[in-house]
Design a protein around this ligand. Structure first.
Ligand code: HEC
Ligand SMILES: [Cu+2]
Length: 431
């Protein structure tokens, strides 16, 4: 009997803890709680920024409310029984045999079944409604919706804009393509075709929409809309190999006018810097690039106070050329980019780069992140990445196959710090 009593006490404690947890979840509909408990981070699903994520969150909360109701009713009956029928003294425990179990009361049983069905229906109706809603762009918004194709690679994302054609040096045309940063207009539904070239990945922008798998030999899609201009974090959500956890991307939503400006610039071939072009541009006001902080290789990966404070502002700054560019350094970088075989895997439209095994780099200088959203695109991060990509992303295919021969394990070229500096200057000139 003492064991039974201590077991009951244990149950009450667990019940109290669970109730506390549920109360927290219930309260999490409120913003203050998000801040206090840090639930509003960059990849929070609780602070939504578009209708699809909002529906997903609301549906989750409906389920939480219904479950909480069941929990409270069952908990109350359990507590009532525990208190009412407990032995009030030592003597009590031996006095009477346990009460005989009653046979089922048909009214209670039918009532319980009807109650459960009613609760399930309460969950089912919004579930079915939201499955339809999140599946595809609503009919009345289809006109004006835009299409992009996202392709998963181990371990980065490629984004193609099928309706935005760019001229190729060969004279032909191809859809505009970017790596790891998807730029979209705010307030317009975006339908994302999901593809993969290797294993299964999953596309997820926690504040906007997701997750839907990118499957070999199968066309999936999802849609999302960003309510307002902003900077959002994305993540591969299906285990896909060594660097799965750091297979990320960014979504930048711009106002209509800014988006058009961005598109116009992206469609241009790579920017070529010469002493003459710099002189010509001298009269155009440039932003001042934020001073680079001395971040050690072992400090946080994302690590730049500038980006951490306001990634959207940091992204906007990246759009303009840096001050103090050196035409000589950039030209040397462009040559090194060829000599060190970088061009075999990366496209720089209009320059020598023609490879497609890695992300397209035509405008990489205007991107806020590199290495699939893992590192901020500062000069020293870019330097560190080029120096030792495998340090940041285990298994990555730039190092294995690009830097070293995978069969012999021998390096394919040498690359010293001075050479890397020229490449950094070159890549950052590609605005
Ligand atoms: C064997 C092909 C290959 C070669 C050669 C190669 N890269 Fe890469 N590169 C990749 C791949 C693949 C990625 C994506 C890695 C990841 O995020 O998993 C990448 C990523 C990058 C990125 C980050 C781009 C982004 O959007 O995140 C930069 C910058 C870059 N490479 C520069 C270089 C430079 C400079 C060289 C020459 C020294 C080079 N690469 C040589 C395949 C290659
Ligand atoms: Cu993945």
């Amino acid at each position: 009997m003492t064991r039974l009593r201590s077991a009951l006490r244990q149950i009450s404690r667990v019940t109290a803890a669970l109730t506390g947890g549920f109360a927290l979840l219930l309260l999490s509909g409120c913003n203050k709680v998000h801040q206090v408990f840090s639930l509003s981070g960059p990849q929070s699903t609780m602070v939504t920024a578009g209708p699809v994520a909002e529906r997903q969150w609301d549906l989750f909360m409906i389920t939480v409310y219904v479950c909480t109701f069941i929990f409270i009713v069952v908990g109350a009956v359990l507590a009532y029984a525990q208190i009412k029928f407990r032995a009030k003294s030592e003597a009590d425990e031996h006095a009477a045999p346990p009460a005989e179990a009653g046979h089922g009361n048909p009214f209670v049983e039918i009532g319980l079944i009807a109650g459960s069905v009613a609760l399930l229906v309460i969950i089912a109706i919004p579930t079915v409604r939201d499955i339809w809603y999140t599946h595809d762009v609503p009919e009345d918004e289809k006109v004006g919706a835009m299409d992009v194709t996202a392709t998963g690679y181990q371990w980065w994302f490629k984004f193609d804009y099928p309706t935005e054609m760019v001229k190729l040096p060969s004279g032909g045309e191809a859809p505009l393509s970017t790596g790891n940063e998807l730029v979209v207009p705010a307030g317009i539904p975006v339908r994302v075709q999901l593809r993969t070239v290797d294993v299964i990945h999953s596309f997820w922008i926690p504040k906007l929409a997701g997750k839907v798998d990118m499957m070999p030999n199968r066309g999936n899609f999802l849609w999302f809309k960003a309510d307002k201009p902003g900077y959002y974090y994305g993540q591969c959500a299906e285990y896909c190999g060594e660097s799965h956890a750091i297979m990320k991307f960014r979504v930048i939503a711009l106002s209509g006018a800014d988006y058009v400006k961005w598109l116009d610039n992206q469609k241009k071939s790579a920017r070529t810097v010469t002493a003459q072009s710099l002189a010509d541009e001298a009269n155009v006001p440039h932003f001042k690039f934020a001073s680079l902080k001395d971040v050690g290789r072992n400090s946080t990966l994302s690590g730049s106070p500038d980006f951490d404070a306001d990634p959207f502002a940091a992204w906007q700054k990246m759009q303009a050329p840096e001050t103090g560019e050196s035409a000589q350094l950039i030209a040397a970088g462009r040559k090194n980019f060829s000599d060190k075989t970088c061009i075999t895997c990366h496209t720089v439209r209009g320059h020598e780069g023609i490879g497609i095994a890695g992300p397209e780099l035509t405008h990489v200088g205007a991107r806020s992140s590199i290495a699939a959203g893992v590192l901020e695109n500062t000069s020293e991060r870019l330097h560190q990445w080029i120096k030792d990509p495998a340090y940041f992303k285990p298994g990555n295919k730039m190092y294995h196959g690009g830097y070293i021969d995978v069969t012999t394990g021998q390096p394919k070229f040498t690359l010293n710090d001075a050479e890397i500096d020229t490449i950094v200057a070159y890549l950052h000139s590609l605005k």
